[in-house]
Design a protein around this ligand. Structure first.
Ligand code: AKG
Ligand code: FE2
Length: 351
């Protein structure tokens, strides 16, 4: 590539720095107590650790999480085989404005193009379309149907096995989050019947101008919780809540990186934080990651939980419809727009 396509160029204040701070402080949480629930004090200690990490960072890593390493290795390998194909092959399963799942190579974050390719697949194909309580017609449903490539042959099975593991871990995390807020463990479960949770395979190719572009621009995840696996090539940076400094997340083999999304920030009435993060690219090595986004049903109305608000601590957000929110986001991911896309701050009640 000779000329740099201006679509990829970040404003100077958002570009990568050559030197970086490695995030020693990002909590690493051992989930072993989940597997021996009779040890009450260890379990209580875990709940407390989760609560503190959600408040102080909105980001943490987990070890002894129970996801078999072999499943993770399999999806990483399969993803590499898929992205190694020609653009022509990959575009056979390309997503469009109407078809929101599959392969895509030109996503925008905050109106700047990301240096990446993605493949999205959903855990269950939903029966309701955004903002509608009527049974969806065939055309609308097609938008939320998984597209599976022919190659590699094991792709579909590997992806489906992996997403099942992610769902299990995500529900355990949601139980810990609920307990840490003083709520019953299953408080959030009802939101995820007809969930639209998905896995995104991210591929960040080698970039000849890593000082100008980003693999993924700064953003917050809008769902409940994200479980991120990555291949160990450095790149992910998190904006530290305490001082706004960007810190690079240290790779711990077989750990998962967890981040709290905007849904939890709103449900907890700002007790817990969803934090900005971004991905650097480099000129020597490509990078692969595979986040799972736990997302509620499209018909969900997201608002601060009643149990966590009162006269002294009134709701800080107006209720919003999750289906509408997500379809607005989907549109803005495909093309550069004049305005920034919908944010939860648009629903903030001014104090
Ligand atoms: O690739 C990564 O490390 C992070 C990906 C991410 O933040 C996202 O896809 O929302
Ligand atoms: Fe993210």
């Amino acid at each position: 590539m000779g000329e740099v396509d201006p679509a990829f160029i970040q404003e100077p204040e958002h570009r990568a720095r050559i030197s970086y701070i490695e995030g020693e402080g990002i909590p690493v949480i051992d989930l072993s107590p989940l597997h021996s629930p009779n040890d009450v004090s260890a379990f209580e200690g875990l709940v407390k650790e989760i609560g503190n990490a959600c408040k102080d960072w909105g980001f943490f890593q987990v070890i002894n999480h129970g996801v078999p390493l072999e499943k993770r290795q399999k999806i990483e390998k399969t993803s590499k085989r898929f992205f190694a194909q020609s653009l022509e092959e990959k575009r056979k399963v390309k997503k469009t404005e109407k078809l929101v799942l599959g392969y895509y190579d030109s996503e925008y974050t905050k109106n700047v193009r990301d240096w990446k390719e993605v493949f999205d697949f959903i855990i269950e194909e939903p029966t309701l379309f955004p903002n509608s309580h009527e049974p969806a017609n065939d055309k609308e449903l097609a938008g939320w149907t998984n597209l599976w490539p022919e190659y590699p042959p094991e792709f579909r099975e590997t992806c489906q096995e992996y997403i099942q593991e992610m769902e299990k871990l995500a529900f355990k995390l949601m139980e810990l989050v609920a307990l840490s807020l003083g709520l019953p463990a299953d408080r959030f479960h009802g939101f995820f019947k007809d969930q639209v949770s998905y896995v995104r395979l991210n591929y960040y190719p080698i970039c000849p101008f890593p000082h100008l572009a980003l693999g993924l621009g700064r953003h917050k995840d809008s769902g409940a919780v994200t479980i991120l696996g990555e291949d160990g090539v450095p790149g992910l940076e998190v904006k530290r809540r305490k001082n706004g400094e960007w810190v690079r997340v240290k790779h711990i083999p077989d750990a998962y990186i967890i981040n709290i999304g905007d849904n939890i920030k709103v449900w907890s009435n700002d007790e817990y934080e969803s934090v900005e993060h971004r991905v650097m690219v480099n000129s020597e090595k490509e990078r692969y990651s595979y986040p799972f986004f736990l997302l509620p049903a499209l018909s969900t109305v997201v608002e601060p939980l009643e149990e966590l608000t009162n006269e002294q601590n009134p709701a800080k957000y107006r209720a919003y419809n999750w289906g509408e929110f997500i379809s607005n986001r989907n549109q803005s991911n495909y093309q550069k727009q004049k305005v920034e896309n919908l944010q939860i701050s648009d629903f903030k009640i001014s104090e």
